[in-house]
Design a protein around this ligand. Structure first.
Ligand SMILES: *Cc1c(COP(=O)(O)O)cnc(C)c1O
Length: 425
């Protein structure tokens, strides 16, 4: 993985200074000529296929694929930017872009002028985005080992630090690199998940900021989404920042607000905001409609009908004869199942959109197959595109499928198989 950066060093330094320093415009123009010259609606980018995806989209295939709707992402980013009063967005694409595919989603978001940088939680996600040609700042919101910190630094990726022994590790990495290590400081203001506890952060911050082996590029905290306690957390963060200002300790770019606080705590927007869910079309707390912003679904889960069959009364379809029509009926087989991320809870609860009409899932969702009840008329053909989740009808919206299956939005998108080809449309 220790491959040289795709960027010349001068460009590197320029970007470190500018992208998180909130003048992102120069960086955004250059992230990937292949993306800007490729007609987005006709060609699948091999590189968009995802870390573990070994196949690309082809119009002949029956098997499922994910479509990423560029216009919807653009819309959600604009809405987030508006809520943030025009501050840059540090777009969170952790956990394989919440299941939608980091190699496809990361470059898509990084191309947008409102996006100042990208945040992940795993080193390999950050490096994958560099491989995909993302040139803007990338923050890894996790502690790394010395080797990982060195690797991040060599790829112009910003590690986060918050453990007590971070200074020692950074000193050692800096010696190996022969230069200061740019880092982000993660402060825990009461969530007790990651972060240096604010109560004992002062000496630690002082040591890091004043050292010659660290370049503090930014400082951040994470909220609990309990609005009253958020305010307490904010006060704790402010106290620490006030102390640092009083001591002339520069803490770099400040950020704190994921989606919930982007919507509900404008006083915590600082230099930039840090949402994931909002960009993915998921408003805070499952608030379906919010008067603050309208978010759009950003993807489709599609496949093609691979069989259409006529059943007589007495015939059945699926394991344990799941579907037993009383009248002569047609059924359609979709080559998609639980393994692809379409949940078995969809049987008997969800519908699928084909040529503008809805058909109930009735013959079961197995590991790799789902059977639809087409009714008495043969209204679908082999090869027709079926949308199981998407923006095109209220019955197949991600939130509708989430509700009807009882799984919730995140479990739906996080369950999508990383191997499915991603196609930006
Ligand atoms: C996940 C995460 C975010 C983004 O949260 P959303 O609720 O998806 O907006 C921001 N910051 C940190 C530290 C996170 O772990």
């Amino acid at each position: 993985m220790d491959r040289p950066s795709p960027l010349p060093r001068r460009r590197f330094l320029q970007l470190t200074g500018t992208a998180l320093g909130l003048t992102a415009t120069s960086a955004c123009a250059s992230s990937g000529p292949s993306r800007t010259t490729t007609p987005p609606t006709t060609t699948a980018r091999t590189s968009a296929a995802g870390a573990t995806s070994d196949r690309t989209y082809s119009p002949e295939r029956f098997d499922p694929w994910i479509e990423l709707d560029r216009a919807a992402w653009t819309h959600n980013v604009r809405e987030a930017s508006r809520l943030a009063g025009g501050r840059p967005i540090l777009a969170v694409v952790k956990n394989n872009a919440y299941g939608l595919g980091d190699r496809a989603v990361g470059p898509l978001l990084a191309d947008m002028s409102q996006v100042g940088g990208i945040a992940t939680v795993r080193v390999e996600e950050a490096l994958a985005l560099r491989e995909e040609g993302v040139t803007k700042s990338i923050v890894v919101m996790a502690e790394g080992s010395e080797d990982e910190i060195e690797e991040m630094a060599r790829h112009n990726v910003l590690p986060s630090v918050w453990l007590d022994d971070a200074p020692e590790r950074l000193r050692s990495v800096s010696r190996r690199l022969g230069r200061p290590v740019p880092v982000q400081l993660f402060i825990d203001t009461g969530m007790n998940r990651e972060g240096m506890p604010h109560t004992r952060a002062r000496r630690w911050i002082e040591e890091l900021v004043q050292s010659e082996y660290v370049d503090v590029n930014g400082t951040y905290t994470m909220f609990t989404h309990d609005l009253d306690f958020d305010r307490e957390q904010l006060a704790r963060f402010e106290e620490l920042l006030g102390w640092a200002r009083g001591r002339n300790l520069p803490l770099g770019t400040l950020h704190a607000s994921p989606t919930y606080e982007l919507f509900h705590l404008p006083e915590a927007h600082y230099d930039m905001v840090r949402p994931g869910n909002a960009l993915f079309g998921n408003p805070p707390d499952g608030e379906e409609a919010t008067d603050k912003a309208t978010l759009r679904p950003v993807f489709r889960l599609n496949t093609r009908v691979v069989r259409v069959e006529h059943l007589e009364p007495g015939d059945s379809a699926g394991f344990n004869r799941t579907f037993m029509p009383e009248r002569a009926s047609w059924v359609a087989l979709l080559p998609i199942g639980r393994t692809d991320g379409y949940p078995s809870e969809a049987n008997g609860t969800c519908e699928v959109l084909i040529n503008g009409r809805l058909y109930p899932v009735a013959g079961g969702v197995n590991s790799a197959h789902a059977i639809l009840d087409i009714g008495e008329e043969k209204t679908v053909e082999v090869g027709d595109v079926a949308t199981l989740i998407g923006p095109d009808h209220p019955a197949v919206l991600p939130h509708t499928v989430a509700e009807r299956t009882g799984l919730g939005f995140l479990r739906i998108i996080q369950g999508i198989n990383p191997r499915l080809p991603r196609r930006v449309v």
